[in-house]
Structures are given as C-alpha cells and as structure tokens.
Design a protein around this ligand. Sequence first.
Ligand code: GLU
Length: 287
Amino acid sequence: MPVSFATRFAPSPTGLLHLGHAFSALTAWEAAKVADGQFLLRIEDTDRTRARPEYEAAIFEDLAWLGLSWPEPVWRQSERVGVYSGALERLGDLGLTYPCRCTRADIRAALSAPQEGSNNTVYPGTCRGRSMSECAPGDAIRLDLGRALSLLGDQTLTWRETGAAHAGTHALDEEAMQSGIGDVVLGRKDIGVAAYHLSVVVDDAAQGITHVIRGEDLLGATPIHRLLQALLDLPVPVWHHHALIRDEAGKRLAKRNDACAIRTYREAGRPPEEVREMVGVERVIGG
Ligand code: GLU
C-alpha cells in the first residue's frame, strides 16, 4: 500500500549544504514525522560538470549530524538516465520535443532583437519545427510548449500549494507559461542527460512522493512540472514552497558562502541542536 505522506529532500551535490538547506531538510523531516510518513533523501547529480563526490559525502555527513536519517539505498539521478531517456522518448513520440543547436550566444542575440522584450529570457524558438530525426550530437532537446499546451485541449490543470505565501489551488496559466517559461530544455539525447525539470518529475512519481517540500525559489518551476506530469500520466503531489533563509543583508544564502555552511558550525564544535534551533522549521499542512 502506498504511504499516505511521503516527502523528500533533493539536494544537488555542487557545494556544501548551508543553513537554508538545513531548514529545508528539517522542514520536510518534521512534516513526515508529524504525518507518520516517509522522508527520503535523493541526490540530484544530473549536472555532471558541477557535481562532486566529496559534496555528496558531505550531504550524508551533515544531514546525519543534524539528526536526520533516511531509507537506503539513496537514489542518485546519475544512475537513472535510462529512465529519463524513456520519458524523453515518450514526449518525443507525442511530437512534443525538438532538437536545439542554439548556443547561449545565439539565444542572447535572438532575444536582443528589437521586437523582443528586453528582459525576456525565454527561448525564442529558433529551432522549433526541427524534427527529432535531425537530432545531432550536442543538441539539446526542448519541449515544444505550444504543442504541449494544445494537446491538453479544454483540460485545465490544477494543483494544490500549501506554502503560506501562495497557499491555495493553482491553475495552469497558459499565457504566463508561454511568456515566462517557454520551450524548456529537457535533456541531451547523445549523452543521455536529463535536465532538472524532467528528472525531478519522473523521480518524484517513481518514489511515490505525495508532498514536494522545497524552497520558494522553485515556485516558478511548478507549472512546468505539473504540465510534464499530465503529459507523462504521472500522479500529482501537493507542493509546499517554504520561505528562504536570508543573510543579514537580506540576500539568499548561496553554496559559495562557507560562513553559513552546516559544516562550519560542525567543525567549530557547535552542537547540532543549536543549528536545529537556530533555523527552526516551517509547519506543513498535512504534515
Ligand atoms: N535539486 C534541487 C536543488 O538542489 C532541488 C529540487 C527540488 O526540490 O525540486 O535546488
């Protein structure tokens, strides 16, 4: 029987975890505890250029030091590329993907054309219309958002958010998606790499995640995740986007900032209870 509450903490091993990660992991952990549910840890190491084994080891050590535990084996996304390729293929069979050979510079140049909005960072669609049979090594695979939305027909996709700042039922806003998200990259076929949007959706479903608890910085990714779930026939979780911990200057904590790393507190001999109390947790409804 599937558990009625399952959540996860899904860090990318690209730096040391900081107090913001501690807050996120503890919030998810506490929600699972209150709900008598499951807390999973997943390593999101799809960015092979930035992921490092020493950061992965530090994630396990720092979270265990904080008092968290999780079922083994821990899923590592770099070991699941075959599954993501299957999902990519399925979207391809629906006619929803195309290969893109634009470099970042090409995209910047197209976007700076006068008819385009100056702040627009959405892919301008230069390669849209190319067929998957033309896919060459090095090409990125993009989602044809317009076609994906038209495939939905009259269906309105909705989802539930419980984070205080945006709590309620949300519905997919097609226009906002077109102007704010566009044809996102889903992966690279030649080297079998899935991009974040695809791997996160596939794994949350495969791990039976009922509540996605993560930072507010990822709120804007939710519509594309909801859309991919509909296209791939995946179950829809509840989302809880929690507030972000900021430094004294009001800036988001970054992995570069070692002063805020959990490790810094640990090595200074401070007890884990102190860090736990310092960051606290956010209450999750249903948790
Ligand atoms: N791997 C992502 C990160 O480290 C989090 C993904 C998610 O929680 O959906 O920011």
